[in-house]
Design a binder for this molecule. Structure first.
Ligand SMILES: [Zn+2]
Ligand SMILES: [Zn+2]
Length: 164
């Protein structure tokens, strides 16, 4: 799933690797070599990926990390707030949370494209609804599912003829 990430990264004081090492140390665990390889690989570029895509990606890059290590490390990275889990209609995707601005998504259920956007009205709504209920908001999930423009065009040949 190659999709553009129009939002720029935030500057952060610590590398994801250092953050993860600290998180693991607190739990009495170590940043093992496979975990280090994974964190570096994942934080090389911002995209939305699922576990299977990551496994395939690592294989292409010639990196030997077992599937179970990938799954377990993804869970740990979510717990450490380095990655964010994105529950899409048909699968669970991951993306950078640490060092990346908060945003929301559109998900095309035909081609699986994920588009990022920011909209202040959503943040304001979150604040006002939380205030009403005496909540202190720390996050939200908002995903618009539907059909992207390319898939809409591909679906309706009649409309394409109308344009000619
Ligand atoms: Zn699409
Ligand atoms: Zn995103």
């Amino acid at each position: 799933m190659a999709d553009p990430a129009p939002l720029g990264p935030l500057s952060v004081a610590e590398s994801p690797e250092a953050k993860f090492r600290e998180f693991l140390e607190i739990r009495g665990e170590k940043l093992t070599e496979p975990r280090r390889v994974l964190v570096r690989h994942i934080f090389d570029s911002h995209k939305h990926f699922d576990a299977d895509e990551l496994v395939a990606d690592l294989r292409t890059a010639g990196r030997q990390v077992s599937r179970s290590t990938v799954y377990r490390t993804l869970r740990l990275l979510v717990e450490a707030n380095l990655l964010r889990e994105l529950r899409l209609t048909n699968r669970t995707a991951y993306e950078h949370d640490y060092g990346y601005p908060s945003h929301d998504h559109l998900h095309c259920t035909e081609c699986n494209a994920v588009v990022e956007f920011r909209n202040d009205a959503i943040t304001q709504l979150r604040e006002s609804v939380s205030r009403e209920h005496g909540f202190r908001p720390v996050g939200h999930r908002f995903i618009i599912t539907g059909i992207c423009p390319a898939c809409t065009r591909a679906r309706s040949p009649r409309r394409r003829l109308d344009l000619i």
